[in-house]
Structure formats: C-alpha cells, structure tokens
Design a protein around this ligand. Structure first.
Ligand code: TXA
Ligand code: MG
Length: 335
C-alpha cells in the first residue's frame, strides 16, 4: 500500500479525517507517542490496526475522543471520580478504563466489558478526531514489541507502506504512553504509569492502588488486569540488563564486560564503551522524552548486550522505570 505523508495544515487534517471516516488507517501525532488510528465504530477498520501492527487480538485499544460530549457515546456508565479526573487531566495523557457502551465492539476491547478512553492534549490530534467525526481507536504505532514511535523517522520505520496516511506532527512532547487508570473496581487502580503520576491522581481521588503487574513480569498462568502487561514490550534487539547501584560500580562493570551502556546525560564519555544517554539523572520528564529513541539508537549502533543505569521510581520516573523493565524483560543486576 502507498502511504500518503500529511502535515498539520487544515487541509491535510481534513484529509486525514476523511480517510478515517471512510474506514482507512492513519497514523496521528499525540502528545505521548504517535498512534495508529481507525474509526472505533468500524469493525473492519479496527481489525486493520491489528494487522498493520501484528498485534495480538486480545490486547485492547484505547479510544480517543475530542470532547466530553463524546464520552457518553463510548461508555455505558461514568464511574465515580471519572468526571473530576477528566476535568483536571483532560485533555492530556490519562486513559480512564470504564464500562464500555454497546457501540464499542469486542475487537476494540479484546472482548473485555470495559474500554479505555482518553482525550489527547495535542491540538492536531483533537482536530483530526473532530474532522473524522467519530471516536478513534489508536494504539501506539510501533510494530508489536518494538519501542513506541515519538518522531516521524521512527513512524516511517515501522508503518510506511502499512497504513493509508501518516500525519507528521513533529516530536511528541511527553514521549511515553498515557497513564492507564481503571475506574471499574472499588478503588482507582493504576495499570500503566505515565506522565500523570499516582500522586497527581491521588490528589483528586484520595486513594489509588498500584497494580502489581506494573513492576514485574506477569506470570503466564495469571490473567493480568491489563492485557498489555503480559507482552514483552519496547524491546530493542539487544539484551538489556538494568544495573542498580552507583555510577562508579556501573563504570567498572561495563568496562569489564565491554558491552554498550544506556546511561544518564553527562555520564557516557567517562565509560570508555559505546553509549547512549537518556536524559539527566533527576530529570524524569527528559527521560520520558528520550527513552524510546534511546532504545532505537542502541539498535542502530548494533549493540548486542546493553547495561542500563536504573531510573528512580519517583513521579514520572515510574513510567520510565516501567518501560525500561519491559525492554529488559525483567533482567536486573544489583551491583
Ligand atoms: O498514550 C497512549 O495511550 C497512546 C497514544 C497513541 O494515545 N496509545 C497507546 O495505546 O499507548 P497502546 O495500545 O499501545 O496501549 C494501550 C494499553 C495496553 O497496555 C492495553 O492493555 C491497555 O492500555 N488497555 C486498553 N484498554 C484497556 C482496558 N479496557 N482494560 C485494561 N487495559 C486496557
Ligand atoms: Mg503500545
């Protein structure tokens, strides 16, 4: 398939909307990562997403809306806390899991009775949803298992020739996918950490449970709260191990092993091995923006074995820690 490259002019946004409304697949920019969008109400279009990404059919998609009015169209019931959270964090990088409306099909939710909904803060994303006139189902537009694309070059690597159009919206400002929060249990439950942190959510809801699947690998015989938890994610070709401990020990270790390093800004040069830096040690927002690009850069370097500095789990750091843990397939080394 020939993929059209579009920009964010009003003409191109209308074009993207028309492609989506008529059942096509279009990559759209959002503030988190680029999304592979289709009309959420069109079964065949949604199935096209799974084909284009090689995505397992039981991993549900997030539905993107551009106004609060659309919420009642896609959910059956608005649970407690949903409107307060929407008022505080929408438009923005927060996905709320709620009971699904009957117009949202099994192919969107992976057969679950719930649906994840978010309203992106990227104005072009909302303009495209408006132009389409329908809610859009959109996962991150990486090929399944690869790091999520946050710039046009990475989108083209994974999606050129697989979709009808790609809208270039520049670099994504957040860089990791939205926070996913379930509102379907007794208490709000964090299923995936993102730029909206547990502290920020707690300031609205009082309590928030952190799903244990966030930190570790989900055992094969357990049904995870979020199907996405059980898949190996964000994985570069290299075998990554996260090293917990100080820089001095890390330096000694990478030199001994002669492997590549994934480290914080300013640390690389002193290591004496090939390296990629992923933001300053205490700048979690920068780490979010850098992490997926850094993982792709390690592949471009041809790195086979990578030792990585461990990010802190404070605030947005938890999102970086979570993505890196997945990229490392849960491999840790305590120095
Ligand atoms: O920032 C984002 O959320 C991006 C952009 C494009 O909006 N989208 C994104 O979609 O990251 P995706 O499909 O790559 O990740 C969706 C995650 C998966 O881990 C999935 O299992 C979880 O959200 N999820 C979606 N609907 C769910 C539901 N009803 N219940 C539990 N988890 C759900
Ligand atoms: Mg994804």
């Amino acid at each position: 398939m020939k993929t059209q490259l579009l920009t964010c002019t009003s003409e191109d946004i209308l074009r993207a909307g028309q492609i989506l409304r008529t059942g096509g697949l279009c990559v759209i920019p959002t503030e988190t990562v680029y999304g592979l969008a289709a009309n959420a109400l069109d079964r065949d279009a949604v199935l096209g997403i799974f084909r284009a990404k090689n995505r397992p059919a039981d991993n549900p998609l997030i539905v993107h809306i551009s106004s609060l009015d659309q919420l009642s169209q896609v959910v059956r019931k608005v649970p407690r806390h949903a409107l307060e959270l929407a008022e505080k964090f929408w438009p923005g990088p927060l996905t709320l899991v709620m009971p699904r409306a009957s117009c949202i099909g099994d192919e969107v939710t992976g057969g679950l009775d719930t649906v994840g909904v978010r309203m992106p803060s990227n104005e072009h994303a909302r303009a495209i949803i408006d132009a389409a006139g329908v809610p859009l189902a959109a996962p991150s537009c990486n090929l399944s298992g690869k790091p999520s694309p946050t710039c046009l070059r990475h989108v083209l690597e994974d999606m050129d020739g697989r979709v009808d159009a790609i809208v270039d919206g520049g670099e994504c400002s957040v860089g990791v996918e939205s926070t996913v929060l379930s509102l379907c249990g007794e208490r709000p439950r964090l299923l995936r950490p993102g730029a909206v942190t547990p502290g920020m959510i707690g300031s609205v809801t009082g309590e928030v449970d952190i799903d244990p699947g966030i930190d570790g690998e989900v055992a094969e015989d357990v049904t995870p709260s979020s199907p996405g938890m059980k898949y190996r994610h964000y994985a570069p070709k290299a075998a990554v191990t996260i090293c917990v401990g100080e820089l001095d020990k890390f330096r000694t270790l990478v030199r001994e092993r002669g492997c590549a390093a994934l480290c914080f800004d300013g640390e690389g040069e002193s290591l004496g091995v090939p390296y990629v830096e992923y933001g300053a040690e205490h700048d979690h927002a920068a780490q979010c923006r850098r992490i997926f690009t850094a993982l792709r850069e390690l592949d471009e370097m041809g790195a086979e074995t990578v030792l990585a500095r461990c990010p802190s789990r404070d605030g947005e750091g938890l999102a970086v820690y979570n993505r890196l843990t997945r990229a490392a397939g849960g491999r840790f080394l305590f120095m």
